[in-house]
Design a protein around this ligand. Structure first.
Ligand code: AMP
Length: 605
């Protein structure tokens, strides 16, 4: 507890709480109320008004709503009277524990925590026994309502804790379902660190003339931001970006690029390589822009690649990282970008990926904004694999088991796996997800530049010290940099690459591209090369001699009721050479140049 938040003048006694509560919190070592408690407790005790409290985590919010609720609760009625919703299982358990500890001297009070990833039976049993206070996550709460395992039609208090987090985690529908089930006369207390539009609309639709309590500064901004930089050769920037994303499996951030073209290229490459990424730049229509922003806000996209101008209207508060793929010339732009993380009392990280000639520019920014920039080496394959492995295990530990959905399959599965020991089972499940990662990073090269500006990888190569293993790494490095093998170069020289304004979201499939080409060309001999389907648009290759004819004739074609537009595009985006190209025959069959497209594709956890 930050001592600045504690109000030294007021005592808990003066706030109007009963002896049992005062004794319990004294046992916990609470001597004076915090700012949020000092403002909320008397208000909640004396007013029937709904309340919005803007306060960050760790300010003593749980007691701020928990103590007034305990003061007014009907101990003799075992039915749920207070429902507290919070975004995560951890927070929900913590709230239940805290309220239990505030009510140790109120023996008739029962508190139940309900959250996903744990047996529903135990939670239902606890509810059956009677609980005046229920703390829950929105998903599990909805499940319980659906199964008639909880009756919240008569609750008196509804607390929405970390409402902004709940919405940004995509719980809007669940919240609305729960709110619709509660009585109109309830008191609603909404706690949030920030007031994004979603929270405003919840308060407008579901709260009655809420009173607002604001605690502390609205945004502590740059104070909570760590500034790091990675130094690589210019051609290795993209590979470094991927490693940064991989070493931060829960990254949620914006990758800033300088131009629209760079933004598009980087986003396309990231999507191709299996990352949850998309681009935000000036070439998007308003509808496309809103769609991308919506996906980013709801965390469907983890990495948003954007230009400074396009990101201007985007207000997202809980970003973990800002990545400067190209550092700006202007230090104010750097401040503006970095200030998008480290908000609402949370820690943020601002990462610059620079090459040796940009070091001076970065030093200048650091000196102007008076921040220390920490040099950080690009992680190696082993470090990344370790991080990903533990992230995966953590995810497995917390995964919500849909008991009802899977119970029918379990007997057969148990029978199939009965000869495997616990250890073997664990190893196999881990390998299932993890092998592609290990393979991808096996022998991954060192991307860091030494002070003389040469990469460590290159030094080894120059000295001729690298054996067979290292050569495999070299090929992989070429792949990461997007250099293609001579075989691939020869193939692509015979093809033009065309852009088509239809993508997966329009339902475009390779067979449709082939169909459109067939309908447009007189000759049946033209070979179609690589087809690359992206979300909003796609690319495909056509033998060069047919390019002009196709450009003319395909332009007027329709696909799913809207006009097709095609144009000649830049060369193929860079790709890992381990992912071989496919060639498509005109009859729709696939002539493979190599392995299956998805085999060996590095998958993001
Ligand atoms: P919360 O914001 O409710 O998660 O509280 C943050 C931490 O502060 C918890 O560990 C509480 O137990 C503690 N805390 C809350 N109120 C007080 C207080 N008045 N005095 C000392 N510690 C407190």
């Amino acid at each position: 507890m930050d001592k600045h938040n504690i109000i030294m003048t007021t005592s808990f006694e003066a706030l109007g709480l009963r002896t049992e509560i005062l004794e319990a919190i004294k046992d916990l070592g609470f001597e004076h109320p915090t700012e949020v408690q000092e403002q909320s407790i008397p208000f909640l005790l004396s007013s029937d008004s709904d309340v919005i409290t803007l306060a960050q985590t760790g300010t003593g919010k749980t007691a701020a709503f928990g103590l007034p609720i305990l003061e007014q609760i009907d101990e003799s009625n075992p039915k749920p009277q207070a429902l507290i919703l919070s975004p995560t299982r951890e927070l929900c358990v913590q709230i239940a524990k805290d309220i239990e500890s505030f009510s140790t001297k109120m023996p008739k009070i029962n508190v139940t925590a309900v959250y996903g990833g744990a047996s529903m039976d135990a939670q239902r049993q606890s509810l059956r026994k009677g609980s005046q206070i229920v703390a829950g996550t929105p998903g599990r709460m909805c499940d319980l309502i659906r199964r008639n395992a909880i009756d919240i039609r008569n609750i008196k208090w509804l607390v929405l804790d970390e409402a902004d987090e709940m919405l940004s985690m995509g719980f809007k529908e669940e919240l609305e379902t729960i709110l619709a089930e509660t009585p109109k006369e309830r008191n609603t207390y909404l706690f949030s660190a920030t007031m994004p539009d979603g929270v405003k609309s919840i308060s407008a639709n579901y709260m009655r003339n809420p009173h607002t309590i604001q605690i502390g500064k609205k945004n502590t901004g740059a104070e909570n931001v760590d500034h790091l930089y990675y130094m690589v050769n210019a051609r290795d920037k993209y590979a470094a970006l991927k490693r940064i994303a991989d070493i931060n499996p829960n990254v949620y951030g914006i990758v800033f690029c300088r131009t629209r073209a760079e933004t598009k290229t980087i986003a396309d490459k990231l999507m191709e390589d299996g990352y949850n990424a998309d681009a935000l730049h000036g070439d998007l229509s308003q509808a496309q822009r809103e769609l991308v922003m919506h996906k980013f806000r709801s965390k469907f996209i983890q990495l948003l690649v954007a230009t400074d101008v396009a990101a201007r209207g985007l207000d997202v508060d809980n970003l973990s990282h800002i990545i400067h793929y190209t550092i700006p010339d202007d230090y104010e732009v750097y401040i503006h970008r970095s200030g998008r993380t480290g908000r609402a009392g949370k820690k943020g990280t601002s990462i610059s990926i620079i090459h040796s000639r940009e070091k001076g520019k970065l030093k200048q920014i650091a000196a102007t904004i008076k921040k220390e920039f920490t040099y950080t080496p690009v992680p190696n394959g082993k470090q990344i694999c370790e991080k990903q492995l533990f992230a995966m295990i953590d995810k497995m530990e917390h995964v919500e088991v849909e008991e009802d959905q899977i119970e029918g399959f379990l007997p057969v599965i148990y029978q199939k796996l009965e000869d495997l020991s616990r250890e073997e089972l664990i190893k196999k499940f881990v390998s299932l997800e993890f092998n592609s990662f290990l393979r991808y990073y096996e022998n991954a090269p060192d991307l860091n530049i030494d002070p003389k500006g040469r990469s460590s990888e290159r030094q080894g190569r120059d000295r001729g010290e690298r054996g067979d293993r290292a050569n495999r790494g070299d090929r992989r490095e070429r792949g990461e940099r997007g250099e293609r093998s001579s075989r691939e170069r020869r193939d692509s020289a015979a093809f033009s690459r065309l852009f088509i304004n239809k993508g997966k979201k329009d339902g475009l499939m390779p067979k449709d591209v082939i169909g459109l080409v067939n309908d447009s060309l007189r000759s049946r001999d033209a070979k179609i090369g690589h087809i690359e389907l992206l979300k909003n648009f796609s690319f495909f290759e056509i033998e060069k001699e047919y390019t002009d004819e196709l450009l003319k004739s395909m332009r007027d074609k329709d696909f799913n009721g809207s006009k097709v537009a095609i144009e000649v595009s830049n060369p193929m985006p860079e790709k890992k050479n381990k992912r071989k190209k496919k060639e498509w025959s005109r009859d729709g069959g696939r002539k493979s140049f190599g392995q299956d497209r998805n085999k060996g594709k590095r998958k993001k956890f």
